[in-house]
Design a binder for this molecule. Sequence first.
Ligand code: GLA
Length: 605
Amino acid sequence: MSRVSRAVLIAAIAMPISTAAAAQAHSQSDPLAPSGQFSVYRTAAAQTPPMGWNPWNAFHADVDEAKVRAVAKAMVDSGLATRGYRFVNIDDGWALRRLADGRLRIRDNTFPSSATPGSDTGSFKPFTDYIHGLGLKAGIYTDIGRNTCMQRWDADTPNLPVGTVAERQVGSYGHAVQDMRTIFADWHFDYIKVDACGVADYTHADPPVTSGAYDTFAPLIVRGNIPASNPQAVEGLYAALGEAIQRWGGGNATLSICAWGEALSALWGGKRGNLYRTSPDIESNWKSMVSNIDSVIDGALYAGPGHWNDPDMLEIGHGDFDAAHLTEARSHFTMWTIMASPLLLGYDLRQSAPALFDIVANPEAIAINQDPAGNQGVPYRNGDAMVVVKTLSGTGARAVALFNRGTKSVEASVSWAQLGFAAGSVAKVRDVWAHSDRDATDRISVTLPAHGSVLLRLRGTPSEVAATFLTNMPGRVNVAVDGLTQATALPMGQFPARVGAAPDGRILKTNGIGAFANSRLEVRADRAFHRFLTAPIVLSGGQPVRFRVYADRKLVGEVTGSPTRAAPPIDVDIASAKIVELVAMTNAGTTRPPMIAWGNARLMR
Ligand code: GLA
């Protein structure tokens, strides 16, 4: 990007920053008051899930420029780039030391093109020029704390930073503006992954700290322990970094938050970044992949254009997902596709097996992942069989993944009711892996071998032509306030607002969205609808709950209900509003608010 267009973008992003500030000021006053906004991290970046490659799963710390450049070239030459793979990201291991004036010096023995005569820092500009010259985009890595993950967890590997304790503090803590300016304005990166070990793993008890090699950092994240962590402080650090990124990188810079779902980061990630990890690091085995699916599968209301749940990079090409395990590799890709997860390849593309290429380059699978509506698929479970339905853009367009987690073959099926199709209607069905077409009526059933999956694209007839159910547009719903306080936080991996289920996992009897009371949902109606209908339900607790509907901040509907006295249905004129907000409020429950549901919630054209 030219200097000029970068400056224009910097001017353009001044607005999202100030609206974010306005939204924050708003939520500090009364979080349940309508905001009139869709208050997610708003930049022009990542409008569909990012696609690309990262060296960590292939090389860990043993990375160098020659490998990364060769992989970038292979990404183009193989045709992967034309299928949508765009980012070439450097992970941990590039920083040599922090200089006395705070600037970062690049490790030029592994990134030789960075060596610049007369410069004591070096520059990544020749590297990013090369990547941009291939028509690709370049990404880099830092940590929100003073030190990175490799320094803590890979102490015996090559490419660790060198020098004094202070010189080895290559994380961005205390250097957010300076580092982002260098990385985006000087080095022209397009994407940054920001890890969090620096605020998690440098306590007195951690061996490298005990040995005196690193300063102590009073932990803001205690892994697996939300009450002992400080979610607000972690969120604050990422928020400040995000502002620095927008200032120096413009509105197209992508921010990947890597706090592994800790400190409630899976719940606030959408406000602070373009993608946010929901789980520990993926490993190249089936169990790890399934557990990372579970960390994200119920989070459809936490993803949408510009903000994506991230169950980590792909392990295709390694271990249980290598070229000798194509069933598993295909299932891994099927699930990342249907979950609208980022598609970051992690194997050495210089030696790609054609059979793996056929999986990761399947244009129909990629199109499902990249669908512009940005809906994450919604799951239905039946033992080891899992069915995931992703609403695509276009009337009656759906993708369905049928997935077998287990080691015995299972039957799996999806019904027209789950797809929102009219009973008795015929749908066109495309099998994305078998490359075959057929028609179906009322239900599709398949037999899945161990670890097997089927990925379908359907075109059917919606049961209510003029209605769009909120359950079919999770990418346009934002959980602005979830009703939880930190003290009542759910266990990690559970989402406090869900499609088709209450926060405790109980399946709703009506098609709807489950949440806690004292919550506020923002719906991006975009002036496309004129009425809103719902049957609100109180699922638990003894006290009444007040349900309010706002259209562009104007109160248009209000009813009260309790578990014993059902609330009357709401059917209101929303006058082509941009933003519809759904607020459920109660005085009850100091420990955990009652659970509620917005039953059959739908917008009418
Ligand atoms: C953490 C991250 C990984 C990788 C390593 C690098 O573990 O979660 O994805 O970036 O750090 O050290």
